[in-house]
Write a protein that binds this ligand. Structure first.
Ligand code: SF4
Length: 384
């Protein structure tokens, strides 16, 4: 396969605002930055402070419809309801586990695509794990989302809507939403502009005021966008899914590595750290016997030597579609000890919700399989 195809997939569908009666009509309220909303008000002869009131209603009050934002006059609420749909996503399935500390929701978009989002409660924080694409073009060998291929990019509003809905669910449990990780379905750097617009919308102090340092963007290693992120005004965190310390194995696990091998990836991360002064996290999915040997740990340590970094070791969530297994605790601890002995800080992170298929894309894949099974049995009965 041409590795350029792997590295730079074209968006399948771009969600531009739609035209209605020749006017600018956004697809949903969550697509709009505050300045765009002010422009929308200005175009209709409304005072621009109305946009700030609306923004507070959407992102601080967490309203579920315009009628809940009573500070706005009825004529403006009616105009908004006609022009700008409020809902961007519809929850169609949800599962909670870990005694209610983990919630996974499957959403449907306006065009019938499905995506998933996870909310995780910890003692000191509540974290939402956001999807940025339906499917993914990277095709990591252990990932359920990779099975689907890329269906399309999500718009900024579709990502913002995941966060707002999860913020409501956290609030219902008396908890504020504090952290956001872009580790759901998709490669964020294959949808860079929309991800950055999402950050801008969530970061706005007139809205949710989500601190950039509480946002983590994870990449499988799209090198040009690591350099680009280093120049952005927001101090978001960068996480890199590394999964192996040598190119041969990493290319098997993360095909993108054929396009940007480890030397290039680490070079970009060095530049990123030099420009930003920020520590980078490395995610390492532990696949028993595949990348968990002592030599794998030593190779990884050599690659990361001298970097301002931290390694998160994530024991694999087994998926029926793949033969990989979760390593035992002794293997995990031994791997971590080799890294630490080499001066690389490492933490073992047991991912949440194993029993509800919390690995990225699994809920979606299982839902799709259920639908397919239903369709197959329906067509089977017709054939009969
Ligand atoms: S692990 Fe991430 S980058 Fe790799 S296929 Fe899955 S969603 Fe895409």
């Amino acid at each position: 396969m041409d590795t350029n195809e792997i590295a730079t997939p074209e968006p399948q569908l771009v969600l531009h605002p739609v035209a209605r009666r020749g006017r600018f009509v956004p697809r949903n309220i969550y697509e709009l930055r505050l300045d765009e909303l002010e422009g929308w008000c200005h175009d209709r002869g409304e005072a621009t402070y109305r946009a700030r009131q609306l923004y507070r209603g959407v992102y601080q009050q967490l309203a579920t419809g315009y009628d809940e934002i009573q500070v706005l006059p009825k004529r403006l609420r009616d105009a908004l309801a006609e022009d700008v749909p409020f809902a961007a996503l519809t929850p169609i399935h949800e599962i909670s586990t870990d005694d209610g500390e983990t919630l996974k929701v499957l959403y449907q978009t306006a065009d019938g695509q499905t995506l998933e989002t996870v909310l995780m409660f910890y003692s000191d924080r509540a974290t939402v794990c956001v999807s940025c694409q339906v499917g993914c073009a990277v095709g990591c060998s252990f990932c359920a989302t990779g099975l689907m291929g890329l269906q399309r990019n999500l718009s900024a509003g579709e990502m913002v809507a995941q966060v707002v809905d999860m913020a409501r669910r956290a609030r219902d449990k008396g908890r504020p939403l504090t952290n956001l990780v872009m580790m759901g379905m998709g490669e964020p750097f294959h949808n860079y502009d929309n991800v950055m617009k999402m950050v801008a919308i969530l970061h706005d102090p007139m809205g949710m005021g989500f601190g950039a340092r509480r946002i983590t963007i994870s990449t499988s290693g799209v090198v040009p966008f690591i350099d680009k992120l280093a120049t952005e005004p927001w101090q978001v965190n960068l996480a890199v899914s590394i999964h192996a310390g040598d190119d041969e194995l990493r290319s098997e696990l993360v095909p993108l590595n054929q396009r940007w091998p480890l030397a290039e990836l680490i070079g970009a991360i060095r530049r990123y750290i030099k420009i930003t002064g920020r520590r980078v996290s490395f995610e390492y999915a532990m696949l028993n016997g595949v990348n968990t040997r002592d030599d794998d740990a030593r190779q990884l340590a050599r690659r990361l030597r001298g970097l301002l970094c931290h390694v998160n070791l994530i024991p694999y969530n087994p998926t029926p579609a793949y033969p990989y297994e979760r390593p035992g605790k002794d293997v995990i601890e031994r791997f971590a000890a080799i890294l630490r002995d080499a001066g690389i800080p490492a933490t073992v992170r047991y991912s949440r919700g194993v029993e509800i298929a919390a690995a990225c894309g699994q809920l979606h894949v299982e839902h799709a399989a259920t639908l397919r099974a239903g369709a197959d049995s329906a067509s089977g009965s017709l054939d009969d």
